[in-house]
Design a protein around this ligand. Structure first.
Ligand code: NAD
Length: 287
């Protein structure tokens, strides 16, 4: 059996189209263009690429976009002051602080993320948004798991009553994924580094989400025939070779549907950031 390929570009295009439509509705209703500000501190080359891609996505959808570049030696006070300025700027509906912060600012990471107005928190990392997600309220949800759940919906993968296993319990991927699946009435199990008999637990799942950060960790013998396998992992195993957390070549012969790496979940994250920005704009404007 060869699995249905869930290609990120197909779903990312759909999510961008939805975000563009919603932005047009907001413009029509309130006369406002959704705006995103991305703060980058220091000169991490990988972060600079992400920030450029985010700006490009904003421009393509006609959003207002502001890149705030701050030097490596920025102080906690200067960064908090910049966040406060953006919290009070009506042109800005979404604020994102690109992580990781330079070493000297890392002890203040939680304080920095909590300084963002929860209504502008398009990364969904603020405890208010985490709490809202956990309690089943409307929330801004971290982009990667939000993209995964939207892809499952758009691909018509049944979630209600399905057994789902999420491997990984990070605050950015694993935990929000658990709550998103629960919100779609799946029966969800979360596995992590201390889980016993992980292979047996995964083998029982109709939907597997792998967010471990270990190359080809999920093997074909762990997968129930016909299951849907979502691979969030991005692992560089050679200078020009990226692989996921799933042994794609073997698992695609057993699974019913599978995301590739590269070309899968990674493409959904920025599309979802655009969606979160219009959602944030709507939340603020409807107040
Ligand atoms: P993380 O390191 O914060 O968390 C990894 C999780 O895996 C932990 O909860 C840990 O308990 C679990 N784990 C580690 N070893 C395990 C084992 N042997 N058995 C079971 N569980 C184990 O990572 P993260 O930020 O959640 O990211 C996970 C992967 O997803 C990484 O490869 C990362 O690069 C990728 N990622 C991709 C995107 C994207 O846009 N596609 C976004 C975020 C993260």
């Amino acid at each position: 059996m060869t699995a249905r390929l869930l290609e990120g570009k197909v779903f990312a295009a759909k999510i961008r189209e939805e975000a563009g439509k919603k932005a047009a509705e907001i413009k029509e209703k309130y006369g406002v263009t959704p705006g995103l500000a991305v703060i980058i501190v220091g000169e991490n080359p990988a972060s600079q690429v992400y920030v450029r891609n985010k700006h490009k996505a904003c421009t393509e959808l006609g959003f207002y976009s502001e890149g705030v570049e701050m030097p490596e030696n920025t102080t906690r006070e200067e960064l908090l002051a910049e966040i406060s300025r953006l919290n009070n700027d009506p042109k800005i509906h979404g604020i994102l602080v690109q992580l990781p912060l330079p070493k000297a600012l890392q002890p203040y990471e939680s304080e920095v993320l909590e300084a963002i107005d929860p209504l502008k928190d398009v990364d969904g990392f603020h405890p208010v948004n985490v709490g809202r997600l956990v309690t089943g309220q409307k929330a801004l949800v971290p982009c990667t798991p939000h993209g995964c759940i939207r892809m499952l919906e758009l691909a018509d993968i049944p979630m209600e009553g399905a057994k789902a296993v999420v491997i990984g319990r990070s605050n950015i991927v694993g935990k929000p994924m658990l709550h998103l699946l629960l919100g779609r009435n799946a029966t969800v199990t979360i596995c992590h580094s201390r889980t016993k008999n992980l292979a047996e637990v995964v083998k029982d799942a109709d939907i597997v989400v792998a967010a471990v950060g270990k190359p080809r960790f999920v093997t074909a013998d762990m997968i129930k025939p016909g299951a849907t396998v979502i691979d969030v992992g991005i692992n560089r195993i050679a200078p020009k070779k990226l692989v996921g957390d799933v042994d794609f070549e073997a698992v695609k012969e057993v699974a019913g549907a599978i995301t590739p790496v590269p070309g899968g979940v990674g493409l959904l994250t920025i599309a979802m950031l655009m969606q979160n920005t219009v959602d944030a704009a709507e939340l603020q404007l409807s107040k």
